[in-house]
Design a protein around this ligand. Structure first.
Ligand code: SF4
Length: 358
C-alpha cells in the first residue's frame, strides 16, 4: 500500500454534519445545536470510518463518536479546555513537561477524524500549523537540557497525518537526544485511517527503535480487517502496539462490550493498556460515565479475561499530579490476624496475617 490510499481518504473527508448525513443517507440534517457544536469544535470523518456506521444511527457507537450534537454545548463549573493542565507545563510552544521523566511533543493539530470526545479539543483542528523547524529546535534544546526526561510521547492532534519526510525529520531529531530512551507515538489512524500505515512509514519507524505506538480502539466494531492488518504491520516490524480507550456513555460503557474489545485486541497482539475515565473537558460532558461504571467493568473482567488482556482503569483529575488508578475493593475487613477478602464472584474468604517472629 502506498500513500495514494490515505491521501485520497483525507481529500474525501466529510467535513461538516450535512455532508456526513448525506453520506449516510439521513433525511434530517438541520439542527441548530449541531450547527453550533460544529462551529465550536471541528468536524471531519474519513469515508472509511463513516462506512463502518450502521442503522439505527443514533445508537451506533461509531456515529456517536463522529456526529456533533447538543451534548457538546453543556457547560458546568468543572469543565475546562485544558483539564490536564498542559498549558502551564509548556516550556516551549509544542512541548509539555508534566511528569519528571516524561515529556509530550505536540507535532500536529490535525486528525483524520475529529472524535467528539477528544480531550484536546482545544488543539485538535486544522487551525494550528504542524510543528515548525524553530519549534522543534526549541523542544530539542529543552530535552537536551533536561536529561531526566527519558521517555518522549509524540502526539497532537495525530502526528501520523504528517508526511513521511516530516515524521522522519522529527524522529531523527529526537533520537539524537542521548537521554531519550523510548519514543511513544499516540495515533488514532489505525482506527480511522488504517491505510496510513504504509511500508514506507514502517521503514522510517524501523530506523528509530525503540518506538511504541499507542492507539485508541473504543469499540469492537472498529477492529476491522483493515485496522487489524495495519496493527499487524507495525507489530511484525517489532513496534509494540497498545490500546488506550476511553469509557464513553452509550458507546462502550457495558462490561460485555469492554470484554469483547479487550479480548479481540489481545488475540490480535494489541495490548489493552488503559481504560480512561472521560476527562473533565468542555464539549465532552455527555460522554462521561459515573466512576462506578468503570469500577464495575473492572470487577466483571477479572476472572473472565487473562490479566494480559485487562487494562488499567484510570482517571485524570485537574490539579493532581497524575493518573489515579481505580480498582474494585476486594478487602472487606482488616483485622490483626487476618484480612477478609472477596473475589469477583462475591465469595468471601480469610487470608491469615504472617506470623511475627520478633
Ligand atoms: S484522534 Fe486523538 S487528538 Fe484527534 S480528535 Fe481523536 S482523540 Fe482527539
Amino acid at each position: 500500500m502506498n500513500d495514494k490510499a490515505w491521501k485520497e481518504q483525507m481529500a474525501q473527508r466529510l467535513t461538516n454534519a450535512s455532508a456526513f448525513a448525506r453520506f449516510l443517507g439521513m433525511d434530517k440534517t438541520e439542527d441548530t445545536a449541531i450547527a453550533e457544536a460544529e462551529k465550536q469544535f471541528p468536524m471531519a470523518v474519513t469515508p472509511y470510518y463513516a462506512s463502518l456506521i450502521r442503522k439505527p444511527y443514533e445508537k451506533d457507537p461509531i456515529f456517536l463518536q463522529c456526529m456533533p450534537g447538543a451534548g457538546e454545548l453543556i457547560e458546568a463549573t468543572w469543565l475546562t479546555n485544558d483539564p490536564l493542565g498542559e498549558l502551564p507545563c509548556s516550556p516551549t510552544p509544542k512541548l509539555v513537561h508534566r511528569y519528571p521523566d516524561r515529556a509530550l511533543l505536540l507535532a500536529c493539530s490535525e486528525c483524520a477524524t475529529y472524535c467528539r470526545h477528544c480531550t484536546r479539543k482545544r488543539i485538535s483542528g486544522e487551525t494550528l500549523p504542524p510543528i515548525s523547524d524553530e519549534e522543534l529546535a526549541a523542544a530539542i534544546k529543552y530535552l537536551e537540557e533536561h536529561p531526566e526526561i527519558d521517555d518522549l510521547l509524540i502526539s497532537g492532534g495525530d502526528p501520523l497525518l504528517l508526511s513521511d519526510e516530516a515524521i522522519d525529520r522529527i524522529l531523527s531529531a529526537v533520537t539524537k537526544v542521548k537521554s531519550i530512551k523510548a519514543i511513544r507515538i499516540a495515533t488514532r489512524v489505525l482506527v480511522t485511517l488504517p491505510m496510513r500505515i504504509t511500508p514506507g512509514l514502517i521503514n522510517i519507524f524501523s530506523k528509530y527503535k525503540p518506538i511504541f505506538v499507542n492507539t485508541q480502539f473504543n469499540h469492537p466494531r472498529e477492529l476491522t480487517p483493515e485496522a487489524l492488518s495495519a496493527a499487524s504491520m507495525l507489530i511484525d516490524a517489532g513496534i509494540p502496539v497498545a490500546n488506550q480507550f476511553v469509557l464513553l456513555k452509550d458507546v462502550n460503557d457495558t462490561p460485555e462490550c469492554v470484554e469483547e474489545l479487550c479480548r479481540t485486541l489481545y488475540h490480535n497482539r494489541i495490548r489493552p493498556y488503559y481504560m480512561f475515565q472521560c476527562d473533565l473537558v468542555r464539549g465532552v460532558e455527555h460522554f462521561r460515565t459515573p466512576l462506578s461504571t468503570g469500577i464495575n467493568i473492572m470487577d466483571y473482567l477479572r476472572g473472565r479475561l487473562s490479566g494480559m488482556a485487562i487494562p488499567n482503569f484510570c482517571v485524570d483529575i485537574p490539579g493532581l499530579s497524575g493518573k489515579i488508578e481505580l480498582l474494585p475493593n476486594y478487602i472487606i475487613e482488616e483485622k490483626p490476624n487476618e484480612t477478609i477478602l472477596r473475589d469477583n464472584r462475591g465469595r468471601v474468604t480469610s487470608y491469615p496475617s504472617p506470623i511475627t517472629t520478633k
